[in-house]
Design a protein around this ligand. Structure first.
Ligand SMILES: Cc1cc2nc3c(=O)[nH]c(=O)nc-3n(C[C@H](O)[C@H](O)[C@H](O)COP(=O)(O)O)c2cc1C
Length: 311
């Protein structure tokens, strides 16, 4: 990574405390679409420009409740041949939070750190967590069992415990979090933030097709299969979508990690209709605007807190 890509004047660095103070709930909406999926690459610039403009307009209109910081997801896998350009675009737009997946990259962490951007790296075990922190990641996302998309197999209890044994920096926990009680549980375990994805596929605003949303609102943990067949890396998917693609979700072979590739080329069409989702979807029972989903999360979170405080 070319360090000359850093902007001349760093923005105010985003810390975990600053991030929390800007959020109504300790919750990060997790990425389900990395920067490299904005095609052509110039589209990323347009999107970030629009996000910045609309959030700035919101902050001007409602200075008493400024918008939450936004994040961009970078797949830092070695096959990502547009990473450098995507990093430059994020620096240009002063993205406050970057979430990196599939690899730990010292050069990427450094340019973002120098620019004041917080980089949280997602990990499925303590070994990868150590590696990311040694290389300079600013925070960690513990991806526990049951998370949608690429996921680990460890219990959230074990994973957070093993990370908190030696790490006291910013930590988010993901895996099947879809109600306010689970957000509180993530904090009780020692995480600073919960991190949820699948539930927002059912948001009215999400671009997912209606059948995908319908499978989420009618599905539950038993309808999820963990397989490496689709991308070469293990992840959780809706069994219903595999069946529609002519596959038997209970008898799947393995994928080949060496064929895994992320970059400027479009993904193979074969898996277009295979849908990722985590084990928490049993908590999602309707397609609703994201504001309604977040109101529900807040109510559940505060009720759970009050119940524990008074027990
Ligand atoms: C359909 C889908 C696509 C995803 N794509 C990405 C991705 O591009 N990059 C990434 O870092 N994580 C991706 N994830 C993982 C999420 O960021 C997050 O770890 C996960 O959704 C959390 O678990 P939950 O779905 O049970 O809430 C994806 C998850 C889903 C369900």
């Amino acid at each position: 990574m070319n360090s000359s890509t850093a902007p001349a004047v760093p923005h105010t660095p985003l810390t975990a405390a600053a991030l929390r103070s800007r959020l109504r709930l300790p919750l990060i909406g997790s990425p389900m679409f990395p920067a490299l999926n904005a095609r052509p690459q110039s589209l990323l610039d347009e999107w970030l420009h629009r996000i910045r403009e609309e959030l700035d307009a919101h902050d001007r209109a409602y200075p008493e409740r400024p918008a939450a910081p936004f994040a961009v997801n970078q797949i830092v896998h070695k096959s990502n041949d547009r990473l450098e350009r995507d990093v430059e675009t994020c620096l240009k737009h002063r993205v406050p939070l970057v979430i990196t997946s599939l690899g730990a990259r010292e050069d990427v962490y450094r340019v973002f750190r120098e620019a004041g951007t917080l980089v949280m790296h997602d990990v499925i075990n303590a070994r990868f967590a150590h590696k990311a922190i040694e290389k300079g990641a600013g925070g960690l996302i513990a991806v526990a069992a049951g998370a949608g998309g690429h996921a680990g197999l460890l219990s959230p209890f074990a994973l957070v415990q093993e990370i908190r044994n030696w790490y006291d920096g910013p930590l988010a926990l993901s895996g099947a979090i879809a109600n306010g009680r689970s957000i509180l549980a993530a904090e009780a375990l020692g995480a600073d933030f919960a991190y949820a994805g699948s539930m927002f596929i059912a948001a009215s605003e999400a671009n997912a097709v209606e059948a995908y949303k319908a499978d989420i609102v009618t599905g539950d943990a038993e309808g999820i299969v963990y397989t490496s067949l689709i991308t070469g890396v293990h992840g959780n998917y809706l069994k219903s979508s595999l069946r529609r693609a002519g596959l038997d979700p209970d008898n799947l072979g393995n994928g080949d990690p060496s064929t895994m590739t992320f970059g400027s080329a479009a993904p193979p069409k074969a898996w277009k209709d295979i849908w990722g989702a985590g084990q928490g979807i049993g908590a999602v029972r309707a397609v609703e605007p994201v504001a309604v989903q977040v109101d529900r999360l807040a109510q559940e979170y505060h009720e759970a807190r009050a119940r524990l405080e008074h027990s």
